[in-house]
Design a protein around this ligand. Structure first.
Ligand code: COA
Length: 411
């Protein structure tokens, strides 16, 4: 049975900060952020937004674009690191806001930045089991680090909604995947904290080790088997990575091709003397085209890999139709997965996730305004005049979170 992503839709908050401005305010050379990390801009949510409103806006846009009625959804999975309650799932608020009917399996998934992939794989298996309806998977996150910390320039926010079913015009998922898991303390967020604790440089090492494990496992399982001069990356038109900041994807690609080429002795003998140049060429061709949007949004944790996918299909989906791409997902803690998919032959009919339009319409704020927005937290309340989202977090009443559409007064 053919299963995969039928269509994607993205929502990114209206406000954005230029990293060159942040660099000046923090007294670091702008090139350290724009070139050292590769981030140019980062998205900042308004106080009336949280992961529920981000997810619901992406979900509403997706259902509308796909012409799919809420009753056609038999499973709703929302993946996030940024849950709003220790017990009540983000997904049930989203279920309500999207008007999805009661005949639906609904839950939230958490595993740092990996949960979006866990949700996608679960949904694909659910469809493969012969369900008649579609699954809606939404990855939604707000990446927060302490002001002034090393992680601060790698913040961001956004949500990606994916319709998973048996008519995958966007990406036909392969059935094989390579996984890697291990208990590491590279990034975590205790229950009483709003910002993550991160051992940043260690997290980069954990990410790369997990990539070697997951990609190595996938490579061994590849069929037809690879010859002694053949790299798995030769069979892929693009490679997408979980991207907390674009330079991470560059490091990841360098690791992947090294593992790939070393495993092919004839290839390795040829490439080893010029490894750096060859890896850079491969990065420019296979990985860099997928990074444009993430450089302008920042880290969206569990949505990051799928923001790359949505933007890639929007930018060059037609040229990639029928071609196979590789995807690597990493969640701190950690679990990682490498998998592949074939871009649908009719991808041009679904390759508009709204990324370009949204990025073009954003409002840039200065560092003072950014610090005010971060300081306000998720206060809830009325949306700003230029609000681009479809739902707002109105606030708490009797410890209950209340949501509404802008312009619609609470009952
Ligand atoms: N011009 C250009 N590049 C510069 C520069 C300058 N003036 N100054 C520094 N750089 C480069 C460094 O060489 C380094 O590049 P490299 O990694 O290729 O060597 C890069 O900028 C980052 O600088 P560095 O000093 O190493 O680290 P940092 O203190 O800025 O922290 C992280 C980087 C990733 C550790 C930090 O952003 C972080 O903790 N992020 C959150 C965790 C995360 O995203 N982890 C990823 C795996 S999940």
């Amino acid at each position: 049975m053919t299963v995969g992503i039928e269509r994607l839709a993205v929502y990114v908050p209206q406000y954005a900060l230029r990293l060159a401005d942040l660099a000046v305010a923090r007294g670091v050379p702008p090139e350290k952020l724009t070139s050292g990390l590769g981030v140019r801009e980062m998205a900042i949510p308004a106080p009336c937004e949280d992961v529920v409103t981000l997810a619901a806006t992406a979900g509403a846009r997706l259902l509308r674009a796909a012409g799919v009625g809420p009753d056609e959804i038999g499973m709703l999975l929302v993946a996030t690191e940024t849950g709003v309650d220790h017990s009540k799932p983000v997904s049930i608020f989203v279920h309500d806001l999207l008007g999805i009917g009661p005949r639906c399996r609904v839950y939230e998934l958490k595993h740092a930045c990996y949960a979006g992939t866990a949700a996608l794989m679960t949904a694909a298996d659910w469809v493969r089991a012969g369900r008649e309806r579609r699954a809606l998977v939404i990855a939604s996150d707000i990446a927060r680090y302490e002001i002034g910390s090393a992680g601060e320039p790698t913040q961001g926010a956004g949500a990606v909604a994916m319709l998973v079913g048996s008519e995958p015009r966007a990406l036909v998922l392969g059935e094989q995947s390579g996984t890697h898991a291990g208990n590491v303390h590279d990034f975590w967020r205790p229950l009483d904290r709003r910002a993550a604790i991160v051992d940043g440089r260690y997290s980069v090492d954990c990410y790369l080790d997990a990539l070697s494990g997951a990609f190595g496992a996938y490579r061994e399982a590849e069929r037809p088997r690879l010859g002694p001069a053949e790299a798995l990356s030769d069979r892929l038109a693009r490679l997408l990575y979980h991207t907390p900041f674009p330079k991470m994807a560059m490091k990841a690609h360098r690791r992947l091709v090294e593992v790939d080429w070393r495993a092919a002795p004839e290839r390795w003998a040829r490439v080893a003397p010029r490894l750096d140049d060859a890896a850079l060429e491969a990065y420019r061709e296979l990985a860099a085209p997928g990074l444009e949007a993430v450089a302008r949004v920042g880290n969206t944790y569990t949505a990051s890999l799928y923001l790359c996918l949505a933007a890639l299909l929007e930018a060059e989906g037609t040229a990639l139709a029928g071609r196979r791409i590789g995807l690597f997902s990493y969640g701190s803690g950690c679990c990682a997965e490498f998998f592949t998919g074939i871009v649908g032959d009719a991808v041009e009919t679904v390759a508009d996730a709204g990324v370009g339009r949204m990025l073009a319409d954003r409002t840039f704020v200065d560092v003072e305004a950014y610090e005010r927005l971060v300081g306000a937290g998720e206060a809830g309340g009325d949306p700003p005049a230029d609000f681009a989202g479809e739902f707002v977090f109105a606030g708490l009443r009797d410890h209950r979170r209340e949501y509404r559409r802008p312009g619609v007064l609470a009952a």
